[in-house]
Design a protein. Structure first.
Lengths: 619, 220
């Protein structure tokens, strides 16, 4: 199965376990007995990709079909890539060891803007032409999905098609259509024309973009029968949708080495900076029995001793008090520990704390996001100072003495006082600890403030906002540090330059694709990794391509500008986003979906009208 | 009442590329999948308690490696073997399940088989180098100890040395010290040979065939 040339290489590189396959539950089929071979490529290392739930779901889903064999492919680290190129070993599927250039589909999941270069690099390493226009035969079809395809425009030169939204059904439809065309020996164009008619499929070559003098978009026009607007796919029934009964269990240590169970998709909160909360709407929950059954099956078939209950905001799951006792009984017997990440500050109760603590006391993390109430209101993070303090007190009384608090800086309407507010809030948490008569003797408190740089994202109310320039961000970071008055508080933050590049790509148009290509040609890859990121090379690429990155990152856009993603429909009405954007500047909050529907439009995707009662309650 | 059990496993193919810690983690999950009633540690973070009398280094295959645990319920040794094998991933399989006779500290030696080719040499030429090493008075190398680096002469520790070759590869078998008192792995020997004869290692594989006590009897 393994290429014999690989044997020698694997003894000379770091972490060879990444590249050898053979893991428990990995699916090996006879390639002569399947009709379609699919290479699922994760554009980052094995340790990161194997922690990704979406890949696990789609891998199992495709392999459940007898006529399809789906294999996993991860980005080889720089040492392995060098060895592969030196030894003429093209990128291969982990299960078979076969080069993926001979597969029918090469699919990438776009999780993070700074992984886009890795997509190009993996195609090149596979000996597949990187530019879509250079690929003439029907296969391999290069397709891309995942959250970043809500604005896939910078990748339009490289992909044959994008899949918008949730992939469980549309992937199957694409495969069925492909089989028909493969049998008739169709051309790639013929296949893509028909594929564009499947809901959720966006074929970039069937759209032309015209620009104005000032660089903004004049029009995006569809041709050859492609829809004017492409609407994302959602799964209506979370209880009936496919969910794996087993996961591939890695040999080596990965980032999230545990079983994962999805509780629900979407989010009711509507925080104005958060893209995920909007693009995964409408909210759809799984019922507790289904969750409990799936958890049991997963742990039984993998042997995992930990399971993570995942969602965008786990304490908002409406039937948590029904679910937890079911799980706790089982997990106690089977000695499985449960982790509940993504908890909110404002509904973190004594009861919930007790449930989490039963199994293992991990660290506690909360996300106030902003240091002052005014700014929290502006970004619609509906969390008050009292709620934060009460939660911390509950946690202190429960024996916790260390916390991580997530914040952002560079948020719209932010002032330097707001930045200092982060340190002041952390200080109040520290003071609360020492004022607490019940605090454990001899133990100090440790508060870590993790401060990210705000990146404006498509399909949020802040999609028109400028990002703070790198200079301003650095200045604010200095201001934050000087506002910290206690050794009990530790601040860390992201590199402003990486966040700047993320902002350019996140709201980039098709012209940014040329820069991505040029930067890759000049050696940029693994940009999300501190030690691999080459900012200067990127800036040189921008210059060579005559593209101004600040046009994308730091420019305030007008509400009537045509945005590069306007022809894609994620269910969120622009009018709603504009209303929210204006409210931010008045520091006015919007209540969450279960209190009152604010008419974002997502319930249209479930077949409802925009003025109907909140779709979040139509569980 | 928990009963000590010794499981013997084979490690090869893909599993050669994973470290001992990875094997440890993988075995815990195999045990859980197989439903073996293993004794769990007490305390806040309970996990299946398994120990390895002699961990295998990375890249080494093993024909019969011991893993100890305590059985905390009713299950026959043959049923344990069957269930574990059904639950094992590629590259790991259970060869036998026995009741331990000796203690982990009794391990003193191990028999290894090594296949190799030196760079730029064919099988016969590579075997020539090995023969020259066998005939040499001494083969020295630097070994890392707790106190720093120390030069040691290796030939004194090599027993039962046999050298051979076929069309594809040269090979040697040897019994080397293995255990808490002294540990000399084949990798060290190969490194020393490369230095002494100014050659570079090409392809190779190492398999630990058997563990032995101080009387050269199989560890049981």
């Amino acid at each position: 199965m393994l290429n014999p040339k690989l044997k020698k290489i694997l003894t000379q590189i770091q972490k060879p376990g990444r590249y050898c396959g053979g893991e428990l539950n990995s699916v090996v089929k006879d390639k002569n007995k399947v009709d379609v071979r699919f290479a699922f490529c994760f554009p980052d290392t094995y340790e990161i990709g194997m922690s990704h739930l979406g890949m696990k779901i789609l891998y199992s889903l495709k392999n459940a079909r007898d006529d399809v064999w789906c294999e996993r492919v991860f980005a080889p680290w720089v040492d392995m890539e060098r060895a592969m190129r030196e030894n003429d070993i093209p990128l291969y599927g982990l299960e078979s060891g076969d080069p993926i250039k001979d597969f029918d589909f090469i699919g990438f999941t776009l999780q993070y803007e700074l992984s886009f270069n890795n997509v190009l690099n993996m195609l090149d390493l596979a000996s597949v032409p990187v530019l879509a226009k250079d690929r003439h035969s029907l296969s391999p079809i290069v397709m891309m999905g995942g959250p970043c395809v809500c604005n896939p425009e910078p990748m339009c030169d490289f992909a044959d098609l994008f899949v918008l939204g949730e992939g469980e059904e549309v992937n199957m439809e694409l495969i069925d259509l492909y089989k028909l065309h493969k049998a008739k020996n169709s051309s790639k164009e013929e296949f893509l024309k028909e594929a564009a008619r499947i809901e959720g499929v966006y074929v970039p070559s069937l759209y032309d973009v015209e620009y104005n003098e000032d660089g903004t978009i004049n029009a995006v026009a569809a041709k050859d029968g492609a829809p004017e607007k492409v609407t994302k796919r959602i799964i209506a029934d979370m209880d009936k949708v496919f969910y794996p009964k087993e996961f591939v269990v890695p040999f080596i240590d990965i980032v999230h080495d545990r079983a994962m169970e999805e509780l629900f998709r979407g989010c009711i909160r509507g925080c104005r900076f958060c893209q995920a909360g909007f693009i995964y709407r409408p909210v759809r929950e799984k019922s507790p029995d289904v969750i409990a059954d799936q958890c049991r099956a997963l742990c039984q078939n993998t042997g995992y001793e930990e399971i993570s209950l995942t969602s965008l905001s786990t304490s908002d799951y409406t039937r948590l008090s029904e679910l937890l006792p079911k799980l706790i009984e089982w997990s106690d017997d089977e000695m499985v520990s449960m982790s509940l990440p993504s908890l909110r500050v404002d509904n973190f109760s004594q009861e919930l704390l007790e449930q989490i603590q039963r199994i293992r006391k991990t660290g506690l993390t909360f996300a106030p996001e902003a240091g002052t109430q005014r700014l929290r209101d502006a970004i619609n993070k509906n969390v008050t100072e009292d709620e934060i303090m009460n939660t911390c007190l509950t946690a202190f009384n429960g024996g916790y003495s260390s916390f991580k608090l997530y914040f952002m800086m560079g948020l719209p309407t932010e002032t330097y006082d707001d930045v200092a507010g982060i340190a002041e809030l952390a200080q109040r948490v520290v003071n609360l600890y020492y004022d607490n008569p019940n605090k454990p003797k001899g133990k100090g408190v440790a508060v870590t403030c993790s401060v990210a740089v705000f990146v404006p994202k498509p399909f949020t109310p802040f999609q028109w906002e400028p990002q703070d320039t790198i200079e301003v961000v650095k200045d604010k970071q200095k201001h934050l540090v000087s506002s910290v008055r206690s050794k009990k508080i530790n601040c860390n933050w992201h590199d402003a330059k990486i966040s700047f590049l993320e902002a350019v790509i996140a709201r980039g148009d098709r012209r940014v694709g040329a820069v991505i290509y040029d930067a890759w040609l000049h050696g940029c890859k693994f940009d999300g990794w501190d030690d691999q990121f080459k900012f200067d090379t990127w800036m040189e690429s921008f210059e060579r391509c005559k593209i101004d990155p600040q046009f994308y990152a730091n420019r305030r856009r007008s509400f009537d500008e045509i945005l590069p993603w306007d022809h894609l429909d994620y269910g969120i009405d622009k009018a709603f986003l504009i209303r929210e954007a204006k409210k931010a500047y008045e520091a006015k909050t919007t209540p969450h979906c279960r209190i009152q529907c604010s008419g974002c439009g997502a319930n249209k995707l479930k077949g409802g009208r925009t003025d109907e009662r909140s779709c979040a309650t139509l569980v | 009442m928990s009963v000590p059990v010794r499981l013997w496993f084979k490690k090869d193919k893909s599993a050669v590329y994973i470290s001992h810690l990875d094997v440890n983690r993988t075995m815990i999950r195999v045990i859980r999948r197989a439903g073996i009633p293993v004794w769990y540690t007490e305390g806040f973070n309970k996990h299946a308690y398994i120990t390895f009398p002699s961990p295998l280094p990375l890249f080494a295959a093993g024909d019969s490696e011991p893993m100890d645990f305590k059985l905390d319920g009713d299950m026959s040794l043959s049923e344990i073997k069957q269930r574990m094998n059904d639950a094992c991933p590629m590259g790991l399989s259970v060869v036998d399940v026995t009741l331990p006779v000796l203690k982990a500290v009794d391990i003193s030696n191990a028999k290894y088989t090594v296949h190799l080719l030196f760079e730029g040499m064919n099988a016969k030429q590579s075997a020539e180098i090995l023969s020259r090493a066998k005939k040499a008075d001494s083969v020295v190398t630097m070994k890392r100890t707790k106190k720093g680096q120390k030069e040691i002469e290796l030939k004194q520790y090599i027993n039962g040395l046999r050298i051979g070759f076929d069309d594809d590869t040269a090979m040697f078998e040897a019994i080397l010290p293995c255990g808490n008192a002294l540990n000399i792995g084949p990798a060290l020997i190969i490194e020393a040979i490369c230095q002494k004869f100014d050659v570079k290692l090409g392809e190779y594989d190492i398999t630990r065939n058997l563990l032995l006590d101080k009387n050269m009897k199989p560890f049981a």
